[in-house]
Design a protein around this ligand. Structure first.
Ligand code: AMP
Ligand code: ZN
Length: 282
């Protein structure tokens, strides 16, 4: 990727922020930082564009691979003079992720990634609220979006896809810190090239606990389809976003925010997803 391509990449992110009115310079923006290529590139671009950004990492304490990501993320923030927050899973749940996985999987067939994803999302929202941020930015990219759209379609509940788009969460309620995805229209390959070109110190290897899942199968399927039909992921995401507009309006009228009966966090059902999972530990 040459200089023009890195500039084009940054312009795509800037355009997404503008077109979807994701943030402005007055907002306090928290970037959910995993130490991977996506969230590191995102943090770098937002900082360079002059937004008021800080970073938050959930310490998963899953061993060597995570430790390296943590060191890289910390050093990155120090260099860019960005405030780096870290919160530990262990302090919040008195358990490490490895033990949470083991205990839950004795009772129910849930994948590592599913359990980890739900817990991370819950903690990110809780901490972003506690720290007083207006918006929380994650590094989800176009490939993530294409996979999620297909997974939701296959699940048979079309309303599950209603949250798609660079601005997630159709419910704007003070219980949720608005989540945004400024890399939404950047492909995985584009992000990888950008971070390589910028020479970010990053592990490009996937998490060693990544499990065989339907997402992985869909990812592989989309990859081979893309070879036959270039831009198929991009077409899928753009067309889907156009189609869900009327559904969003319908859904908006139906939904209300409740408080989770156990933890008090915002949810659409009686118990939030995190508490439903944690109930399995009892
Ligand atoms: P993943 O679900 O691992 O694909 O990550 C999606 C996005 O969630 C990343 O781009 C980050 O913005 C955020 N994220 C993932 N893991 C962490 C973590 N341990 N701490 C903070 N944010 C994270
Ligand atoms: Zn809860």
């Amino acid at each position: 990727m040459d200089n023009k391509l890195t500039k084009d990449f940054e312009k795509t992110v800037e355009k997404t922020i503008k077109d979807y009115k994701l943030i402005d310079k007055k907002h306090k923006v928290l970037v959910a930082l995993s130490g991977g290529k996506d969230s590191m590139s995102l943090l770098y671009i937002l900082k360079n564009l002059g937004y008021n950004v800080e970073a938050l990492m959930i310490d998963l304490e899953t061993g060597e691979h995570f430790l390296k990501n943590k060191e890289n993320a910390e050093a990155f923030c120090r260099k860019l003079e960005i405030n780096f927050h870290i919160c530990s899973l262990h302090e919040e749940f008195e358990m490490k992720m490895l033990d949470i996985w083991k205990s839950i999987q004795k009772k129910e067939k849930l994948t590592n990634c599913m359990i980890c994803g739900v817990i991370k999302k819950w903690m990110l929202n809780k901490k972003a609220k506690e720290l007083g941020f207006d918006k929380m930015a994650t590094g989800h990219n176009l490939d993530d979006a294409a996979e999620t759209i297909l997974m939701n379609l296959f699940s048979g509940n079309p309303f599950l896809g209603i949250n798609e788009g660079p601005m997630t969460g159709i419910i704007s309620d003070k219980a949720f810190v608005q989540r945004i995805k400024p890399l939404y229209f950047c492909s995985n390959e584009e992000v990888r090239k950008y971070s390589e070109e910028k020479g970010f110190k990053i592990l490009y290897k996937p998490c060693p606990f990544l499990t065989k899942s339907s997402r992985k199968g869909i990812r592989e399927g989309l990859e081979s389809l893309e070879k036959e039909e270039p831009e198929v992921k991009r077409k899928l995401v753009y067309n889907f976003l156009k189609r869900i507009e009327p559904m969003k309006r319908e859904y908006n009228n139906m939904e209300s925010v409740k408080q989770c009966k156990i933890c008090g966090e915002a949810t659409r059902t009686d118990l939030c997803k995190k508490c439903r999972i944690m109930e399995l530990l009892k």
